[in-house]
Design a protein around this ligand. Sequence first.
Ligand SMILES: NC(=O)c1ccc[n+]([C@@H]2O[C@H](COP(=O)([O-])OP(=O)(O)OC[C@H]3O[C@@H](n4cnc5c(N)ncnc54)[C@H](OP(=O)(O)O)[C@@H]3O)[C@@H](O)[C@H]2O)c1
Length: 265
Amino acid sequence: MAKIRSFDGMSALVTGASQGIGRLAALELARRGARVALVARQQDKLEAVAAEIGALGREALVLPCDVESKDDSFAAAAKATARWGTIEVLVNNAGCGRHARFLEWDLADIERMMRVNFLGSVYFTKALTPGMVERRRGWIVFVASVAGRIGVPDESAYAASKFAMVGLAEALSVELEESGVHVLTVCPGAVDTEFFDAEALARMPPVARRSMIRPEQVIAATFAALEHGRHEVTVPRGIQAGYVVRAVAPEFMRKQVKRTTIGKI
Ligand SMILES: NC(=O)c1ccc[n+]([C@@H]2O[C@H](COP(=O)([O-])OP(=O)(O)OC[C@H]3O[C@@H](n4cnc5c(N)ncnc54)[C@H](OP(=O)(O)O)[C@@H]3O)[C@@H](O)[C@H]2O)c1
């Protein structure tokens, strides 16, 4: 049940589907046979993605929504469910980022980051999981980040929002397993999307800039993980070594993080 190869005839909902990783995830789901509900704020971009899905011969539903809003998020999830009866695949991907030192990071922006990156995923998961459990069939993907496994300078509030997401997803993956609902956490490293504006790119440590990957690699790794029934995937895989070092030699890891970031950003 957990492993999934075909999405044929399934209904999916992707948040942050207007561009970047979310757009590619929605297109890949459509290519594999699913109809896809598209959630984000920019309606024109969602319409463009819906047209791409239409060209693939699949149905798309455009649901403009700010995931910061609990009411709007529940309403979007309800519209998708009303249209197709059930949502079997949820991709919690909407997110925002910023590079700043904690002391310079205004509180309002820290709160916004938690609402968008963490609470937005809570709202859609709360809204759609009961239907999955009732039918004993569902897949929930959390697009978290390596920043949700390793805290680095200049990303404190972002890392906190992604650590929260990783914790939620890890607990849910166990809680829901017997209910027929599979949970996958995706932890990408730095990905070449519009997520990084020029200022963010300039502040990025050289080691992260050098190892930047294409969003297509995140999609390939995500779908491979779903096919194999995995619960977590890090892209690129080599970064996982850092998790082991962090667990067994935390002081050494701190020094490594400091060496590659402080003074370079
Ligand atoms: N790029 C990276 O290096 C990287 C690395 C690790 C993890 N990630 C994660 O991957 C996910 C996708 O990022 P990306 O690289 O594809 O970035 P992106 O190109 O900036 O896309 C972000 C998406 O999230 C949506 N979004 C942002 N705020 C929203 C809000 N308040 N309500 C609804 N939708 C909202 C945006 O749509 P609208 O603007 O239309 O609302 C957009 O579709 C994020 O969760 C990010 O944290 C990215």
